[in-house]
Each structure stands twice: as structure tokens, then as C-alpha cells.
Write a protein that binds this ligand. Structure first.
Ligand SMILES: Nc1ncnc2c1ncn2[C@@H]1O[C@H](COP(=O)(O)OP(=O)(O)OP(=O)(O)O)[C@@H](O)[C@H]1O
Ligand SMILES: [Mg+2]
Length: 575
């Protein structure tokens, strides 16, 4: 019996005793029961959410199962489902249901985050790999191998809870789910087919092949789709933004750029410094870093430029941000075997590889640095009797020494982006780089969303060498210039169109771009090879694009339930 039925039985039993027990006792007993019943019966509010849906099925399983007895079929299916469930859950997805030999999973249903599409694809890649592993076992049993197909789509669905155990049972409904299912049927054997709506969130993160647009049942327009080949090595994943085919000049931000340039000139002159650029998602932190790097490129001096980015979910991974910078600088790939990692690190750090262990010093600097940062160097890279505490101290000292060596030759710049996601040990080590004695020509530049200060309220507060620069929303004037930049191919941008974009974007350059992309996708702006035209008659169809929804929603999901309900009320009242 479910909780609700039990409660009702209990309430009825109590009610039946009214004659014996009296009103006071019965009412007092009933009150908590009735409250709980009311809570369970009141419908959970439905929410519109942007989610990423994944469908996967087995190819050739029906034929195979015809030659097996029912129990074996069940056993084979169960092992696939167990592996797939593990891949999906490992990447933060929820298995919605199994349908025959297929599985449906949703990413972002309970808690949306910006990288739902990326995680769904990583899960699918894992699933394909684990299928290959299972096939090896099947082969030993003289069974034919199985193949699979995956379809992934991102879009807004209605999410609600059903049943008594409302927290547990969530369902998502909506057209984007059907599209994911159809993509799965259209996917090549052992292939992962993703819709453009998913691809647009992961540009630059995976190697993909575009396939000819698909005519999907029930869809008027053809659906653009891509086959995912592999994830780019982590250090080379640079999520691409902006409107395809357009290069913009940076608008505004001259004062902020100037402060970074000054900080560099001071560092080059022997006054180390640290700058943290703070701004909401899409406000232009990474763009400012690109402009800064372009300015540095034009300087006559040589500079040791070292760059890294923290990723969502790396907070617990000690030194992962610094590891990222070193991997990028020395071209170390995730797939490199330990011997290659050793070679790249030792020649990068400037150690001779001739002898691995320098017993007196407790380890070679490159091995200590590699060990500290969590590179896999093989088990014999450090003396066996060295203690964890010692490796930590020696590793940190070796890293700082290496930077000191670099700074003796050229000014050194560390650019650390998205540090709101960075692990504490990397942040602490980065901060030490500007306070160490005899280490002067260093500048550390960080980019962070304001969330950094929830985690580390005192980040560099009161540090004489630290400068915090807040990125305010663009002024209306700058926003209008940005629209003009992006729409440089439109000969005469209608003023009302421009003002609509400026008003909706609220000074956020990323939102400006996303709104323009949406207008292009909706056919309001038509890209031509020489000029782009504006279809005035379609202007009325303006909607908020999925990506904007995703970004905003991810931020809303990060709020506490209290803040959320205030926001929901505010949204109803309007502003
Ligand atoms: N001042 C600007 N002029 C022109 N384009 C800009 C400007 N600032 C940002 N953009 C563009 O807006 C988009 C978003 O900017 P960017 O990626 O730098 O934001 P961000 O602050 O790093 O966001 P996130 O916190 O999500 O990393 C990019 O395509 C960028 O090129
Ligand atoms: Mg950024």
C-alpha cells in the first residue's frame, strides 16, 4: 500500500472512533494526517526545463535473441543495461526507462547545468566503449557481436512529478524527446547522432561530422545533425561561441583591458601581481583574455604565457587547474602513456631524462611536479620511501622553482579562466606565485563568475598585489555597437530590431549573440553570401532561444528553494 492509501485508511479508522474518543482527541490526531494527505495530493508544479535526452538501442539484438533461450536473453540485456546505467549515472544523467532493448536517459531533469549536452555525449561515448568490451566476452561464448545506435537532442520539455513518491518519479514530456528517439533510429551503426540544438552547446569540445539534414517524421523543416567521433583531448577543448561566420571587434572594456596591460607592464618591471576579472556568465571575461593575449602577441618582448581553464566538476580534483595549464604548455594528452608523459614533462621542465630518480633530493623536479599535479608517471618515478607530506612540499617547491627559472628569463603570465570551478589547491598555489620571495616577474590573471565568492568569500581580499576588476553590463551604447558588429553584413539594421535585441540582452554580450543566432534560426535574419537580409514580416515571431533559457535556468537551479520561489513570484508579477 502506498503512503497516501495508508494515511487515508488511518484517517478513516480514527474518524470511526469519534464516538468513543471524542472530537478533541480525534481532531488532534487527524490534523497531521490530513496535512500530509493534502501535501501528497496537491499536484507538483510542472516546470518547463531545458534538458538533453539520450536514446540508445541495440542493433541486431532481436535476431540474436531468436537463437537464445529467454533466460539468456534477459541475462545479456541486463548486463548491457547495468553498464549503460553506470555510464549515464556517472555523467550525471537519469535513466528514465528501458523500452525493449533500448534505454532513454535525461540530463538536467532535476538539476539543470550548462554542460548537460556535453555530459550526455560523454556518457554515450562511454556506452559505445563498454559495448565493445562486452562484445569481447560474447566472442568467447561464440556469440555474434552487438552494435548500438545513439540519438541525442536538447530542448525544452515539461518536467513534472507523478505518484505518491513525488520526489522520486519525474517525467519529462515534449517534442524534443521524440526528436531524440528519431535521431537514434537514423544514427549509423555504433554511431552517436546529435541534433544541432545539442551541437551548438558543444562546439569546440568534440570532433564531429555533419550529416545531410534529416527529414524526421512529423517535422516540417529538415533537422541538422552531426555524428560525434570523439572528445577532443581536455586541454584542447575550447568551447566556441559567437555567430558563425562573423568576427567582431571588442566593444567597450577599454578601461579593463588597460588595467590588465598595466598589471603586465608592472610585472615585467619586477612588480608581481594578480588580477581577478569577475563577471556573470557571458559578460566577456574570456573575450577580454583573448584581447589581452592579442595585445601581448604584438609586444616585442618574449613572454612565457601559460593558460588553463577549470571545468565544471573539477573542484574536488586537487591541482587539476594547474595540471591543465601544464598539460597545455607541454602538449600532454589524456591518452599519453606514462613514459610519454615523463618525456614531455622532463624536457618541458628542463630535467635530463638520463636518470629518473635523484635520490638525494628525494626525486627529480619534473617527477615531483608531475606527481604533485596528478600526472600518471608510472610507479617508479619517485623513490618508494618518500612520504606523502614530503612529496607535497617538495612538489610545490619544485613547481615554484620552475616558475622562478622561467621568470629569470622572460616575464611569466598565468591565465586561469573559470576559477569559480577551480580546486582550492590550484588557487592556493597560484596565489603563492605572486608572494614568493625572489619571484618577481609574474602576473596571474584569473576569470571568475561571482559564485567564486560564495566558495571563497575572502579570495585575495586585502592582498596588496591583487586587483579585482568587475565586468559591468555593457552600456546601451556599447550594446548597440555590438549588434552593429555582429550584423555587419546587414546593410541597414532596422532600429526596432536593434533595440529589441539590446533591451532583451540587458548588457550581456553573450545574450546579444544568442539573440542574433535565434533570429537567424527563425528566418528573421537571412544569411546570404554578400549581404544578410532582414525579413521584416517575421519580426513578430521573436522567441527566447534555448541557449539563453539554458544559461538562465542553470543559474536558477543553483538557487535555494526559497530564492527560487521568490523568483517565480517575481516572474509572474512581471517587471
Ligand atoms: N566586449 C565585447 N565585445 C564583443 N564581443 C564580446 C564582448 N564581450 C564578450 N563578447 C562575446 O560574447 C560571448 C561571451 O563572452 P565570453 O565567453 O568572454 O563570456 P564569459 O564572461 O567568459 O562567460 P563564461 O562565464 O560563461 O565563461 C563571446 O562570444 C564573446 O566573444
Ligand atoms: Mg569564459
Amino acid at each position: 500500500m502506498g503512503e497516501l492509501a495508508q494515511l487515508k485508511t488511518a484517517a478513516a479508522a480514527l474518524e470511526a472512533q469519534r464516538g468513543n474518543l471524542g472530537d478533541e482527541v480525534v481532531d488532534a490526531g487527524l490534523r497531521p494526517l490530513l496535512e500530509r494527505i493534502a501535501a501528497l495530493e496537491s499536484p507538483m508544479p510542472e516546470e518547463r526545463k531545458q534538458v538533453t535526452t539520450l536514446f540508445a538501442d541495440l542493433v541486431g539484438f532481436t535476431t540474436m535473441s531468436e537463437q537464445m533461450d529467454a533466460e539468456d536473453v534477459r541475462a545479456v540485456l541486463d548486463s548491457y543495461f547495468a553498464l549503460w546505467t553506470a555510464s549515464i549515472e556517472h555523467h550525471g544523467g537519469t535513466v528514465e526507462k528501458f523500452i525493449g532493448d533500448a534505454v532513454m536517459a535525461v540530463f538536467g531533469m532535476k538539476q539543470a547545468s550548462e554542460d548537460d549536452p556535453e555530459r550526455a555525449i560523454l556518457a554515450a561515448l562511454d556506452m559505445v566503449t563498454s559495448l565493445a568490451d562486452l562484445n569481447e566476452i560474447l566472442a568467447t561464448e561464440q556469440r555474434p557481436p552487438l552494435a548500438m545506435r545513439v540519438g541525442i537532442n536538447t530542448g525544452e520539455v515539461v518536467v513534472g512529478a507523478v505518484g505518491d513518491r513525488r520526489q522520486e518519479e519525474w517525467v519529462a514530456v515534449g517534442d524534443p524527446i521524440n526528436v531524440a528517439a528519431r535521431l537514434q533510429t537514423a544514427a549509423p551503426v555504433n554511431g552517436i547522432l546529435i541534433a544541432h540544438s545539442t551541437f551548438r552547446h558543444v562546439r569546440g569540445v568534440f570532433d564531429v561530422q555533419e550529416v545531410p539534414p534529416l527529414e524526421l517524421k512529423g517535422k516540417a523543416a529538415a533537422t541538422r545533425a552531426y555524428v560525434v567521433e570523439r572528445a577532443k583531448p581536455r586541454a584542447f577543448r575550447v568551447p566556441a561561441r559567437g555567430v558563425e561566420g562573423v568576427e567582431t571587434h571588442m566593444v567597450g572594456r577599454a578601461a579593463e583591458l588597460k588595467r590588465m596591460e598595466d598589471a603586465f607592464l608592472n610585472a615585467a618591471d619586477g612588480e608581481p601581481g594578480m588580477v581577478t576579472i569577475v563577471g556573470d556568465a557571458g559578460m566577456g571575461k574570456s573575450r577580454l583574455f583573448e584581447e589581452f593575449a592579442a595585445w601581448l602577441d604584438l609586444l616585442p618582448d618574449r613572454i612565457a604565457y601559460i593558460k588553463g581553464r577549470a571545468g565544471q566538476g573539477t573542484v574536488q580534483d586537487a591541482f587539476s587547474l594547474i595540471r591543465d595549464t601544464i598539460a597545455f604548455r607541454f602538449d600532454i594528452l589524456d591518452t599519453d602513456p606514462p613514459s610519454v608523459v615523463r618525456d614531455k614533462l622532463s624536457s618541458g621542465v628542463g630535467d635530463s631524462t638520463a636518470e629518473l630518480i635523484d635520490v638525494e633530493a628525494g626525486g627529480k623536479p619534473f617527477a615531483l611536479i608531475g606527481h604533485l599535479l596528478g600526472f600518471d608517471l608510472g610507479s617508479d618515478a619517485l623513490p618508494a620511501d618518500i612520504e606523502a607530506q614530503a612529496t607535497h612540499e617538495l612538489g610545490t617547491a619544485a613547481f615554484i622553482d620552475w616558475v622562478r627559472g622561467l621568470a629569470a628569463v622572460d616575464p611569466v603570465i598565468f591565465v586561469l579562466d573559470d576559477i569559480h570551478w577551480a580546486d582550492d589547491s590550484s588557487l592556493d598555489l597560484a596565489a603563492r606565485l605572486v608572494t614568493e620571495p625572489d619571484l618577481s616577474r609574474v602576473l596571474v590573471v584569473c576569470g571568475a563568475r561571482p559564485a567564486l565568492y560564495t566558495r571563497r568569500p575572502g579570495w585575495q581580499a586585502g592582498e596588496r598585489r591583487h586587483h579585482r576588476i568587475d565586468l559591468a553590463p555593457l552600456s546601451n551604447r556599447d550594446s548597440r555597437s555590438l549588434v552593429a558588429e555582429i550584423l555587419q553584413m546587414v546593410p541597414d539594421v532596422p532600429e526596432d530590431l536593434r533595440d529589441t535585441i539590446v533591451a532583451a540582452a540587458e548588457g550581456n554580450p553573450f545574450h546579444v549573440e544568442e539573440l542574433v543566432k535565434m533570429l537567424i534560426e527563425d528566418g528573421v535574419i537571412v544569411k546570404g553570401s554578400d549581404v544578410w537580409e532582414v525579413a521584416q514580416d517575421r519580426l513578430a515571431t521573436v522567441r527566447v532561444p534555448a541557449t539563453l533559457v539554458g544559461v538562465l535556468q542553470a543559474r536558477i537551479d543553483a538557487l535555494t528553494p526559497d530564492q527560487k520561489s521568490v523568483l517565480h513570484r517575481a516572474a509572474v508579477i512581471g517587471r
